[in-house]
Design a protein around this ligand. Sequence first.
Ligand SMILES: Nc1ncnc2c1ncn2[C@@H]1O[C@H](COP(=O)(O)OP(=O)(O)OP(=O)(O)O)[C@@H](O)[C@H]1O
Length: 300
Amino acid sequence: MEITGLELTSVTKRFGDIVALDAVSLGVPAGRVLGFLGPNGAGKTTAMRTVFGLVVPDAGEVRWGGRPVGPSERLRFGYMPEERGLYPRMALLDQLVYLGRIHGLGAAAARGSAARWIERLSLGDRAGARIEELSHGNQQRAQLAVALLHEPALLVLDEPFAGLDPLAVRTLAEVLRGEADRGAAVLFSSHQLDLVEDVCEDVAIIDEGRLVVAGHIDALRQASTRRRIEVRLEGAAPGWRPEVPGVELVEEQDGRLRIVARGDVDPARVLDAAQRAGRVAAFSYGPPSLAELFMEMVGR
Ligand SMILES: Nc1ncnc2c1ncn2[C@@H]1O[C@H](COP(=O)(O)OP(=O)(O)OP(=O)(O)O)[C@@H](O)[C@H]1O
């Protein structure tokens, strides 16, 4: 059976004394979007660079469709690096056509695709502008267009949402979902966990070069040993907190309490305590959010 998708298997990379990647294994199947999470310096960029041969692992393998990734596979991939790398003096449309051709498109196809992505990413009025004349956010959209031009089988994006305005964020989220629906494997890094929760089914979290956890977001949230409780409480004494073992008040603002509880704590006990303290206007109980899960996994 052919395996379609990207696989990193036990990839290790050292820079001097720093172990940037320590036997990292992760997979991105075709048709899925994987959110790649980790604190600053965790190894995300290094891992993504191994896919494009920009970092050569000391050990381990990077495979696509079960075969080692080489130059011909990379031509079918799209990459949006963290350090943006376009030609500053070249006009946007010309540059996209040029790069589309490098990725194997014919002249007409390259022009058609460049024009389509320029429209889709709301760059229509900037098509003739030189890259250096574009705002930071528009340069980022241009870089994104480059990654998408040739209908890549694999799309790898290093912090693509950073610095985008809310409209561009929404467009990018739709584009990533659309690329996966078309059948591409999509891997992107981000520190914006609410966005990741919206866009991805799957996440992988790394910390200090090691994979901490990977899997379906809902399954990981359900499997957490913690639960979140939110209470809206009116008329309680200032500074009130639930005195229930295994329960921790994380945040309190204007009578809205966010509580983290051990999974075996009965939420009814927290509700009882709150009702004795004041009027409970709202109460919810459920698995932690992705952001809370992240803190649980990498919080030091
Ligand atoms: N070329 C290099 N030479 C030396 N050290 C490097 C090099 N590239 C990365 N590192 C180190 O490897 C580790 C992982 O860095 P990497 O950029 O992959 O992290 P990251 O998860 O992408 O971080 P961020 O979220 O801050 O972008 C860091 O300690 C970094 O300093």
